[in-house]
Design a protein around this ligand. Structure first.
Ligand code: NAD
Ligand code: DAU
Length: 355
């Protein structure tokens, strides 16, 4: 691969993936980052790469078909890694429209441009989520063969995009691979998602809003491990194949929040008011909240030799330390739009019940 097009490269996972490719794999081709720069993007995350001759940035919206075609006309793209999406479940519940446009129509435009590239295109890798499989009970795991059962507008839009990608492989012979990954955490994650939101709220002595009873379970994966998985599939995966990616690390939300509160106490210093666990506030549940996700990722382990390297203890410690250290990055993403989201979604803190 000599010219990789990465979409959504200024978002959380895209930033970590681009850093992995350019800093750790020895890749010596060109990497083009196509990003619309929505609220979730922060160009500061990759500012230090601007002088790297292997790196190009193009601001474009996947919903603009002509703009997508221009990127393929301007660059000899031979591989695509498609991260760009509207990614926050709560936002999809409050306003599904952007999810339909970007996740479905945007993916369609990208697939059409890739198809038009013909035999030049060696690989189209689509980044998906475990949420397309729906919700598990107390036992069991999602395998690559688990039937789709998406429950939120976000997961339904991701499921639709997965189906389109597979249809392009089946109908037009597009050389696709897919990954369905569990919850990521780590540096550069926009602080609307559970882990960075809790780190910053804990640091600033604000309530830690836990939905429902706090017993929903997620399988947490350190983001650099996701980046290595995507690179492994891109370079060694089998055409047409799907690989589940997971952290082998299931935890209930309340446990995650308690660990964050304790780490912030340790790394930022105790508050005179007492341990930050006391900031936990139970708030009304997310509508349609999936109870448990758990990934069976034996296929990628056995066929491609990938496994997660970071433990949750070390990964969470690194993540908390990163957010304490990178206040410049945090301040930059907390725009007026961010404040509006927090006020609209969480309302006044008094709505919750302190634990
Ligand atoms: P993110 O919200 O942090 O970043 C998304 C990026 O896509 C942003 O840079 C944004 O500007 C860009 N973008 C959005 N709409 C666009 C458009 N119309 N045109 C061009 N660019 C656009 O998301 P993330 O957490 O980095 O997730 C990346 C991908 O991984 C998504 O496809 C998501 O579904 C998937 N995923 C995420 C997780 C997770 O835990 N975050 C887990 C599994 C899968
Ligand atoms: O499973 C993969 C998915 O993980 C990705 O596809 C999504 O893009 C990503 O956003 C993430 O979805 P979740 O909904 O699981 O992540 P979120 O961080 O929003 O929430 C994690 C859990 O924490 C979930 O059970 C809801 C809960 N939660 C979340 C927030 C923001 C709270 O209890 N309080 C909160 O304030």
């Amino acid at each position: 691969m000599e010219c990789i097009l990465v979409t959504g490269g200024c978002g959380f996972i895209g930033v970590n993936f681009i850093r992995h490719v350019l800093e750790e794999t020895g890749f010596d081709g060109v990497l083009v980052n196509l990003d619309k720069l929505t609220y979730a993007a922060n160009p500061l995350s990759l500012a230090d790469l601007e002088g790297d001759p292997r790196y190009r940035f193009v601001r474009a919206d996947l919903c603009d078909r002509d703009a997508v075609d221009r990127v393929f006309a301007d660059h000899p793209v031979d591989a695509v890694v498609h991260f760009a999406a509207e990614s926050h479940v709560d936002r999809s519940i409050r306003g599904p429209g952007a999810f339909i446009h970007t996740n479905i129509v945007g993916t369609f435009h990208l697939l059409e441009a890739a198809r038009a590239a013909g035999s030049r295109l060696k690989r189209f890798h689509h980044v998906s989520t475990d949420e397309v499989f729906g919700s598990l009970g107390e036992t069991g795991f999602f395998t690559e063969d688990t039937p789709y059962h998406p429950n939120s507008p976000y997961s339904a839009s991701k499921a639709a995009s997965d189906h389109l990608v597979r249809a392009y492989a089946h109908t037009y012979g597009l050389p696709v691979t897919l990954t369905n990954c569990s919850n990521n955490y780590g540096p550069y994650q926009f602080p609307e998602k559970l882990i960075p939101l809790m780190i910053l709220n804990a640091l600033e002595g604000r309530p830690l809003p836990v939905y429902g009873d706090g017993q929903n379970v997620r399988d947490w994966l350190y983001v650099r491990d996701h980046a290595t998985a995507v690179w492994r599939v891109l370079t060694q995966g089998q055409d047409g194949r799907t690989y589940n990616v997971g952290g082998i690390n299931e935890l209930p939300n309340l446990e995650v929040v308690h660990r964050i509160a304790d780490l912030v106490d340790e790394l930022a210093g105790a508050r005179p008011e007492g341990p930050r666990r006391g900031l936990v506030t139970f708030v009304p549940d997310r509508p349609g909240h999936d109870r448990r996700y758990a990934i069976d990722c034996r296929r990628i382990q056995e066929e491609l030799g990938w496994r997660p390297e970071e433990s949750f203890d070390t990964g969470l410690r690194r993540t908390v330390a990163w957010y304490l250290d990178r206040r410049d990055w945090v301040e930059q993403v907390r725009s007026g739009e961010y404040q509006t989201w927090i006020e609209t979604h969480y309302g006044a803190p008094a709505e919750g019940v302190r634990a």
